[in-house]
Design a protein around this ligand. Structure first.
Ligand SMILES: C[S@@+](CC[C@H](N)C(=O)[O-])C[C@H]1O[C@@H](n2cnc3c(N)ncnc32)[C@H](O)[C@@H]1O
Length: 281
């Protein structure tokens, strides 16, 4: 079993390998001078991810992917020196930066003041796994694959359909990204949270009333409409589209109802636990 220090050192090497701007294990290494008295007395915070920074051009590309602008609320998980949250606020959004390390949180607050965006940013020293996510329009992160995977069910359950998730460097397992970008050595991933539509529906169109069964794995859909098999089924935020019975259905989902130009459907039975693949059942 690796010691915590060895584990963090190994994670830091992983981040260096994927081209992070710079890595520091803070109180565990030469960065001793940046440790707070609290950290020195009570030990370094229990990090799930070592500190490394996203380069400015990658920060800008992350915010571009989610089209961050005025009116958006961004939650930046593992905010470090706050650079992603501060850049979001510079675009007119409000931003909440979360980091378990109080020294970095203090640094982020100072940098937000210097950038003139203190009023639109908030930085909290707390565990990202205990941070409610529900009011975010955009969640940004530069974490690690297993941390992303632990967050995944909460992102899908707590964020509204249509909210954006952007991750620097690491993907989200079976939840395929809706978009990707490469900036310098950085790989960026973008998801749009899909509405949860799995279950049984009654669909009405010009041909009459039909039973619609939807199975969902993230943004992909399978199922049937009357006796026809569904193909090309996707959900992107509240937009839904699928082919069945020789035609394309596309429309918008709103809770237990959805409608297109010449059809509408009402859910009669929801599926309680979301699937991560079509092969689970
Ligand atoms: C790779 S750094 C990213 C820093 C910044 N977001 C960036 O992209 O430049 C990850 C950050 O996550 C923080 N962190 C690690 N575990 C955490 C946890 N459980 N809760 C909140 N923050 C955590 C670390 O202190 C570190 O600042």
């Amino acid at each position: 079993m690796l010691s915590r220090r060895a584990r963090i050192a190994a994670l830091a090497l992983t981040l260096l390998a994927i081209g992070a701007g710079g890595v520091g294990a803070r109180c565990l290494s030469v960065g001793q001078a940046r440790c707070s008295l609290d950290t020195l007395l009570h030990g370094a915070p229990d990090l799930d991810v070592p500190y490394a920074v996203t380069r400015p051009e990658a920060v800008a590309a992350m915010l571009d992917l989610a089209e961050v602008g005025p009116g958006d609320h961004v939650i930046d998980l593992g905010t470090g020196d706050g650079r992603i949250a501060i850049a979001a606020a510079e675009r007119g959004a409000t931003a909440l930066g979360i980091d378990i390390d109080p020294v970095l949180v203090a640094e982020a607050r100072g940098k937000a003041r210097e950038a003139g965006v203190a009023a639109r940013t908030r930085f909290l020293a707390q565990d990202l796994f205990e941070t409610p996510l529900g009011d975010a329009d955009v969640v940004t992160m530069f974490l690690l694959p297993e941390v992303n995977q632990r967050l995944r069910p909460r992102l899908l359950a707590e964020l509204r359909p249509g909210a954006h998730v952007v991750s620097h460097a690491f993907a989200m397992g079976a939840w395929q990204p809706d978009g990707e970008a490469r900036v310098g050595g950085s790989r960026l991933y973008h998801w749009v949270v899909p509405a949860q539509v799995a279950g049984r529906w009654t669909l009405r169109d010009a041909a009459g009333e039909h039973a619609l069964v939807l199975r969902q794995a993230f943004q992909r859909l399978e199922g049937s409409l009357a006796n026809a098999r569904l193909t090309e089924g996707r959900v992107r935020g509240e937009q839904i589209a699928f082919d069945a019975g020789g035609r394309r259905y596309s429309g918008m989902v709103s809770g237990e109802r959805m409608r297109g130009e010449d059809w509408e459907a009402v859910r009669t039975e929801a599926q309680s636990s979301p699937a991560t693949s079509f092969h689970q059942r």
